[in-house]
Unconditional design. Structure first.
Length: 206
C-alpha cells in the first residue's frame, strides 16, 4: 500500500497538478461522505486523486500562465514522461496506474473519458461506474484558480474554448443528476470547504 503523497512523489507530480487533483478529490469526498457503501465512496475519491497523473505529458510548460518555478527541472521531468509513457496524457496516466497495479482505476478513468467523448452522455450516466461519475462531475467543478460553481465553470469553458465546448451543453444536467445521488447540497461545495481536506487526502492509501 502507498499513500497518495508517495505516489505523487514517485511520479514527480507538479505542485499545480497535485493541487488540481486534491481539489477534485475534495469535491469527490464531500459528495461521497454520505454514501452507505464506504468502499465505493473511497474508490471514488481515490479515482479523483489519480485521474490526471500523466497530465504533464500535454502541458505547455513555457506558457506564462502556468507560473512554473524551476522550469528546466520540470522540462526534464516532462521529457522522462514522454520517453517512458508517450505524449498522450490519458495513455500516460493509464500506464502509470497499471505500473502501480491499479488497473481498476484505469477502467474508471476510461469510463469517464468515454463520457467526455460522447456528444450527449446523459443516457450513459446510470450505467457508468459511480467512481467515474464522481470524477466527471468533480473535475468539472474545478478551474485553475479553485473550486467554483457549475455556472462559473461553464462560463470559463465557453470563454476559453468557445460555445461548442460539449460540457457547456450538459454540465448543468449532470449536476442535477448527481444531486439525486446524495443528500448534501452540491452548490454549497466550494474552495473553502475543500482546502481543509488536503492533508487527509494525501494520506489515503491505495
Amino acid at each position: 500500500m502507498r499513500t497518495i503523497n508517495q505516489i505523487y512523489e514517485q511520479y514527480q507530480i507538479m505542485p499545480q497538478l497535485a493541487t488540481h487533483m486534491l481539489r477534485v478529490a475534495g469535491v469527490g469526498k464531500l459528495i461521497t461522505d454520505s454514501w452507505e457503501d464506504r468502499e465505493l465512496a473511497h474508490k471514488s475519491v481515490k479515482a479523483c486523486l489519480l485521474h490526471d497523473l500523466g497530465n504533464i505529458a500535454k502541458f505547455d510548460l513555457q506558457n506564462p500562465m502556468m507560473n512554473i518555478n524551476n522550469l528546466p527541472y520540470w522540462q526534464e521531468v516532462q521529457k522522462e514522461v514522454w520517453n517512458k509513457y508517450g505524449r498522450e496524457a490519458h495513455a500516460a496516466t493509464y500506464a502509470m496506474l497499471e505500473e502501480l497495479n491499479l488497473d481498476e482505476y484505469v477502467e474508471y478513468l476510461k469510463a469517464e473519458a468515454k463520457l467526455y467523448e460522447t456528444e450527449n452522455p446523459s443516457g450513459l450516466w446510470q450505467t457508468t461506474p459511480r467512481p467515474a461519475m464522481v470524477v466527471l462531475y468533480a473535475d468539472l467543478r474545478v478551474i485553475p484558480s479553485g473550486v467554483v460553481g457549475m455556472e462559473e465553470r461553464i462560463s470559463d469553458l465557453e470563454k476559453r474554448y468557445g460555445q461548442g465546448r460539449a460540457e457547456a451543453r450538459w454540465g448543468e444536467q449532470l449536476e442535477e443528476y448527481m444531486q439525486t445521488l446524495i443528500s448534501v447540497n452540491l452548490r454549497e461545495i466550494n474552495e473553502e470547504s475543500v482546502i481543509p481536506l488536503f492533508n487527509e487526502l494525501l494520506t489515503m492509501t491505495v
